[in-house]
Each structure stands twice: as structure tokens, then as C-alpha cells.
Write a protein that binds this ligand. Structure first.
Ligand SMILES: [Zn+2]
Length: 128
């Protein structure tokens, strides 16, 4: 189980690093049209209030939640991961206003996850 978790984390890290080095051209291909309107509106609001957002991930076909095996909201394009300056400030604001899932990822990823599921809050030291 621990080895599997390490493997998943390594693969996810590789994905994030690849996305980062290829830059805007790759980020531009991440689809956002499939996101529910509540998340599109939330992203627009974040951009207005806090500045540019770099989308890391939206839909990931067949995605499972690391360590649980449960189906991820990313599998159905009901979640978005993004990077932004002043991440903690943005996270504190989202913690107040966002009604769905809100995840804060530290370590190499440093991204925020939001989804349109039920209210949930988590912090992770790894990518996911
Ligand atoms: Zn996510």
C-alpha cells in the first residue's frame, strides 16, 4: 500500500513538473469547458479578486482519490486544481465562501483544489 502510494505520488509529481516546464502552451490545452458553472464562476471570481490563475488539472478520466481508491471528482470534471500567487490568502477566502470541497496541497505542488461536491476541507503534504 505504501509503495503504491509512493508510485502514485511520483506519477502525479511527474505530471505537475511536466506541466510546469512546458508552460502556457500545455496549460492552454487543459479543458475548462466541462466544468460546472459554479466552478467556472468561482474561478472568474478568484481571478477578479486575486489575479491570474494557472489551471493545473480539471478532468482526469478514471481518476481515483490517492490512498482511498474512491472515484475522484476530477473523473467527472467536477473539480479544478490551480496555482495562484498568495495561495494562503486565497485559501482563507475560499474557506469562508466556498460551499464544496476545498483542498490545500503543500510540498512540490502548492496548488488549491476546489470541487462542487459537499462541503469538505483538507490539507495535504503531497500532490493529489
Ligand atoms: Zn484536485
Amino acid at each position: 500500500m505504501e509503495n503504491m502510494r509512493k508510485l502514485i505520488m511520483t506519477l502525479m509529481l511527474a505530471f505537475v513538473i511536466t506541466g510546469g516546464t512546458v508552460g502556457a502552451s500545455r496549460a492552454g490545452r487543459i479543458p475548462t469547458g466541462c466544468l460546472p458553472s459554479v466552478l467556472k464562476q468561482r474561478l472568474a471570481e478568484i481571478r477578479r479578486k486575486f489575479g491570474p490563475v494557472t489551471i493545473i488539472s480539471t478532468i482526469r478520466r478514471g481518476a481515483r482519490i490517492a490512498g482511498t481508491g474512491r472515484r475522484s471528482k476530477h473523473a467527472d470534471c467536477r473539480a479544478v486544481d490551480f496555482k495562484i500567487r498568495n495561495r494562503m490568502k486565497v485559501w482563507r477566502w475560499l474557506n469562508r465562501v466556498h460551499k464544496g470541497g476545498l483542498g490545500l496541497y503543500h510540498g512540490p505542488c502548492k496548488h488549491i483544489h476546489i470541487d462542487n461536491g459537499h462541503r469538505a476541507r483538507w490539507n495535504r503534504g503531497y500532490c493529489g
